[in-house]
Write a protein that binds this ligand. Structure first.
Ligand code: SAH
Length: 567
């Protein structure tokens, strides 16, 4: 199992050098710097508390270069909630101290030791068991699972009280631990996959050395797997993954069972017999039992998931929002962390970064949309996690429709088996409207003025009818070098139905550096005021403007129409 990449959070330039030293130990970890205070961070954040809490809730290990007290106070409201507890460490900004604060079971002491080594200092480890025995017994290495945490805590406190211990089974990582071992001890650490009632004097640790291969449609799969393991006298904690054929990749029953059992799913290439895949994946020392369409394969050692079949590929079409990081939805941020490959128009790919060294960026020209969509499926069909980037919302004049069109045209089952998801974003019309007030507060019509993919006559017809229907209008792609006259023509059509005083909002580079917002009227609007980075919002007959305290204007369209209802 790969450990999640930590986030290094700093508040000022004084800690940048230490942060970079830590970053060299964790390539791929990003330095998050407070906006306006830090130059040279990989990412800037506007507010310390919200940023730290978001990282914590996303289960990201946090290395914060500031006083331990600040971190404790910031995260305190989250500590009573059940859920994620990633490692959290405080590091002195001059690199002279590292203090593991939270996430004892997430390996915080290990991280502290690594950071201490990178900085040439000692880690402030305070966990008694870890100090005494040199390892955290309750946090076995990947490939092993602890039986029960509460029983484990009691066990460790008995050990700390001075009792000796026996080790039953194979626990290579305990060889270096300084445990008071005695073959006749009452306390025992038992490592094995047998079904076993936990006893008070035992610490049960299960090697994840079992793969269940599913070949047939099995009713209530998770329960059936649990029962088959029980019959085979194998503890469910030893289950490392489920394995199935690539043809079953999209089967909801399979995904539900894996989710219920809390294990990943892997797929064997091509046809063949499940027992055989399991044998091939696990090697010769494996024992296989077949039970009602399920093959249970057990290896001597924990299994290496990387070597078992491959995961289902994933393709996410994401919307970045208009540009500002605060306007990107959390699901999109999480998807970017998960991505192996990122495809998109270069400007948007850059906007979605920074990326880790292991993430592959495929920058393409803005016009090659179908080609990009097909390329995304080719990559995802090999089991990779692929992201296609759009600005704003991916479903608004952007990549989501192109990706679905590519899939619709394809008869390749591997493409149709990809785990495809569209993740929304804040579209430019909505981001612009929010800046101006609520110009789209009532019924409105969204149009792209680009006639690259549709005839100009249909655009004219829609403009005419939407204007006649008194809908507020949002124009995307209003003008470009290759389409110089269309906007003027469009405005002429709107003016047939709307007064010159009708409010107009022009948002340019909204949510990006150098953004501008301009409130004008239909009578004063000229195509020269607009370029391809501008969103044009035209009010309806009810849209109003009034001054703001700061000298600018608010624009809104009331929710009612005709006569204002009594309130
Ligand atoms: N999927 C995008 C729209 C892509 S079409 C979205 O949902 O926002 C491209 C057009 O969107 C541009 O020509 C411009 O009219 C508008 N646009 C995109 N981003 C913008 C921004 N940050 N500010 C203003 N307009 C923007």
């Amino acid at each position: 199992m790969t450990r999640p990449v930590p986030a290094i959070v700093i508040l000022g330039n004084g800690s940048l050098a230490t942060a970079q030293q830590i970053q060299r130990r964790y390539p791929g970890a990003l330095i998050h710097g407070l906006a306006g205070r830090v130059d040279g961070a990989d990412r800037t954040y506007p507010e310390f508390g919200a940023t730290l809490r978001t990282l914590y809730q996303q289960d990201t290990p946090i290395i914060a270069l500031c006083a331990a007290g600040i971190i404790i106070r910031t995260l305190a409201p989250l500590l009573l909630e059940k859920g994620a507890e990633p490692p959290v460490l405080a590091v002195a900004e001059d690199g002279s101290a590292v203090v593991p604060l939270l996430g004892g079971l997430g390996g915080v002491n290990g991280l502290a030791r690594e950071i201490a080594e990178a900085l040439g200092i000692h880690a402030a480890i305070t966990t008694s068991g870890e100090l005494r025995f040199g390892t955290c017994l309750l946090n076995p290495p990947s490939g092993y699972a602890l039986g029960d945490l509460e029983l484990g805590k009691r066990f460790v406190s008995d050990l700390l009280a001075g009792e000796p211990v026996r080790i039953e089974g194979d626990a290579p990582w305990l060889a270096q631990a300084q445990l008071p071992q005695d073959g006749h001890a009452r306390l025992a650490i038992h490592i094995g996959s047998d079904v076993r009632e936990p006893a008070a004097h035992e610490l049960l640790i299960y090697p994840k050395n079992v793969v269940v291969a599913v070949s047939a449609e099995v009713a209530d799969l998770a329960t059936a797997i649990g029962q088959a393991l029980q019959r085979a006298n194998i503890a469910v904690q030893s289950l490392a993954c489920l394995l199935a054929s690539a043809q079953q990749m999209a089967s909801p029953a399979l995904h539900e069972a894996a989710h219920a059992l809390g294990v990943p799913l892997r797929f064997a290439p091509g046809a063949g017999e499940v027992g055989e895949w399991a044998r091939a994946a696990l090697g010769s020392s494996v024992s296989v039992q077949v039970d009602n369409g399920l093959a249970i394969a057990q290896a001597q050692q924990p299994v290496d998931l990387q070597r078992i079949g491959r995961p289902r590929g994933r393709l996410a079409v994401i919307g970045l929002g208009p540009g500002a990081a605060e306007l990107m939805v959390p699901a999109v941020k999480a998807e970017l962390v998960r991505a192996n490959d990122v495809l998109g128009y270069e400007t948007y790919v850059r906007m979605a970064g920074p990326f880790r060294a292991d993430q592959v960026l495929h920058n393409t020209d803005n016009r090659e949309e179908m080609q990009r969509a097909r390329h995304a499926f080719e990559l995802a069909a090999t089991g990779r996690s692929v992201v296609v980037v759009s600005s704003g919302d991916p479903g608004v004049f952007a990549m989501a429709a192109a990706v679905l069109e590519a899939l619709h045209e394809s008869s390749d089952p591997a493409w149709h088996s990809v785990d495809l998801e569209i993740l929304p974003g804040v579209s430019a019309s909505l981001a612009t409207a929010a800046q101006a007030g609520a110009p789209l507060g009532h019924d409105f019509c969204v149009l792209s003025l680009s006639d690259n993919l549709k005839p100009w006559t249909i655009i004219e017809k829609r403009l005419d009818l939407a204007s006649q229907a008194d809908l507020a209008l949002a124009f995307y792609n209003p003008i470009s070098r290759s389409r110089p006259w269309q906007l003027g023509q469009a405005l002429a059509i709107v003016r047939r139905h709307r007064m010159p005083e009708t409010p107009v909002v022009l948002g340019r580079d909204v949510g990006r550096p150098g953004q501008t917002l301009r409130v004008t009227t239909l009578g004063q609007l000229t195509p020269e005021q607009v370029d391809m980075r501008t969103m044009v919002l035209i009010g309806s007959s009810t849209t109003c403007v009034f001054p703001r305290a700061d000298g600018r204007s608010w624009v809104y369209t009331p929710r009612w129409y005709g006569t204002k209802p009594a309130t």
